[in-house]
Design a protein around this ligand. Structure first.
Ligand code: UMA
Length: 455
């Protein structure tokens, strides 16, 4: 039985039928008879899932283990596995590199792949990044680099990575997991499932992540300088391996932001953990290749500079911690001190006080956009006594971009630079299809503004 017929389900059905399995498919989007049953595929529809007997179930990540069908399968003694398990059991001999964490997973996954390719290794990215993980088995990739979500891990029992990277751990997805502890337990599974030779790559600066090192052989990275047991660390733009300077990242790259530097350290250390420590020599001789790295869109992406005002699209920051990381990194970067933040969107039930505290510390101008969550952000700001004159509301992205620009221009001298940062700390579904559309609309509005200012 395959649970779900989205990106994962479709790939799993394809994978299994090609190997001769008889597959039943359950997806609540479809009723019985809405999809055509074939020789090897039986659509059970919403209604008839309980009418059959199954040998095994493969769940899509979107199904929580508390789903009524999962519970029914448990009761019947039918094992439920994840797509990660299916891929691993079908081709265990690859060198599986897995990347998990709350934020920075996608960038780190892409960076590991980027660095491996630079060394001539056959690698490719899979998993939560959007490429079904069972597709690995139809390739001859030696090192699959897999972005792994807590949703996938909840259904995993066999997936055993060679290297497991844990970027950071912050509150997120609490609607699905119920508590931080349950969310952490799901992430931790990645490391529990690793074999004896498996090696964890851990962020020393994050206490949750660091704790994995208690039971699993690990290498640590840190952006806070040297420390006992820390292998790879950075100081500003300089990167050190143990006690030796390794190389400096180019200043113009996005790695100058601390939270993105974390992703780079994690990726380099993963490559070292695979036994390829020549990566450090390679980067020392070719630091500029880091400028070739193409980030996934809407992550600290500079979209324009208009009269000294830099517009940064970080629409991917859909939770409080990713926005906090972006704000801290931008303030630390230090060159441009005046900041306007565009915040808000739909509510995921997060606590906005930690965000409000950081905002109070740096005193940016705040433009609130969106519905449910924006009201709670505003309340949090008021409760901690943030200056009301520094907060405005915008009814749409156009107004947000324009108010941000006008405020900066009227508060800075011509020689001063400023930043407008869209790092909303919220989901986007109240006004947009997803964070990508939100970022695209931001870029479009900035481009319109730029055209007007140039004319
Ligand atoms: N469905 C049901 N009942 C349910 C849940 C889902 O019937 O209770 C059905 C839906 O009708 C739909 C299908 O299942 O047809 C969707 O399955 P899914 O939600 O598992 O999504 P997929 O399309 O298979 O995409 C999944 C990941 N989605 C989730 O984890 C929710 C994608 O990550 C991932 O890129 C893809 O597999 C390939 O590996 C997305 C995501 O939002 C980007 N991930 C979360 C995140 O990054 O924060 C974890």
């Amino acid at each position: 039985l395959v649970l779900g017929y989205g990106i994962t389900g479709e790939s799993v059905v394809r994978f299994l039928t090609r190997r001769g399995a008889k597959v039943f498919v359950y997806d609540e989007r479809y009723g019985f008879g809405e999809l055509t049953t074939g020789q090897s595929i039986e659509w059970v529809g919403r209604e008839h899932v309980f009418d059959w007997q199954y040998d095994l179930a493969v769940s899509s990540p979107g199904f929580p283990p508390t789903h009524r069908v999962c519970k029914w399968l448990d009761g019947k003694g039918v094992e439920i596995i994840s797509d990660l398990d299916l891929a691993y059991l079908s081709c265990p001999k690859r060198m599986w590199v897995s990347v998990t964490g709350t934020n920075g997973k996608t960038t780190t996954t892409m960076l590991v792949d980027f660095l491996l390719r630079k060394l001539g290794v056959s690698s490719a990215t899979f998993g939560n990044i959007g490429v079904p993980v069972v597709d690995v088995c139809d390739t001859d990739v030696d090192v699959p680099v897999v972005e792994v979500s807590s949703f996938q891990l909840e259904h995993s029992h066999y997936f055993s990575s060679t290297i497991g990277v844990f970027t950071n751990f912050r509150p997120d997805h609490l609607d699905r997991h119920g508590s931080m502890l349950a969310y952490f337990r799901a992430k931790k599974k990645l490391f529990e499932l690793m074999g004896n030779n498996g090696l964890a790559v851990l962020n020393e600066d994050d206490p949750w992540v660091r704790s994995i090192g208690v039971f699993r052989k690990a290498l640590f990275f840190s952006t806070r300088g040297p420390g006992a047991g820390v292998e790879l660390w950075s100081k500003g733009l300089k990167i050190f391996f143990r006690d030796k300077f390794a190389f400096a990242v180019p200043h113009s790259s996005r790695f100058r932001y601390r939270h993105i530097m974390e992703d780079l350290l994690a990726a380099i250390l993963a490559v070292i953990a695979l036994g390829m420590d020549d990566i450090l020599d390679f980067l020392a001789h070719n630091p500029d290749i880091l400028l070739e790295f193409e980030f996934a869109s809407h992550r600290m992406e500079e979209v324009a500079v208009i009269n000294g005002v830099r517009f940064i699209d970080d629409s991917k920051a859909t939770n409080v911690e990713s926005a906090r990381a972006a704000i801290s990194s931008v303030m630390e970067d230090g060159r441009d001190k005046k900041l306007v933040l565009i915040l808000g969107g739909s509510d995921k039930g997060e606590d906005f006080f930690p965000l409000a505290e950081l905002i109070k510390e740096h005193r940016p101008f705040v433009v609130l956009l969106g519905k449910t969550a924006s009201i709670r952000i505003w309340e949090a700001l008021r409760r901690i006594g943030f200056d009301d004159n520094l907060v405005v509301w915008a009814e749409d992205m156009r107004s947000a971009v324009r108010q941000a620009y006008e405020w900066i221009r009227s508060n800075l001298s011509d020689s001063e630079d400023g930043i407008v940062l869209l790092s909303p700390a919220c989901a986007s579904f109240d006004m947009f299809e997803n964070y990508k559309e939100r970022g695209d609309v931001f870029s479009r509005e900035v481009a319109l503004l730029e055209n007007e200012r140039i004319k």
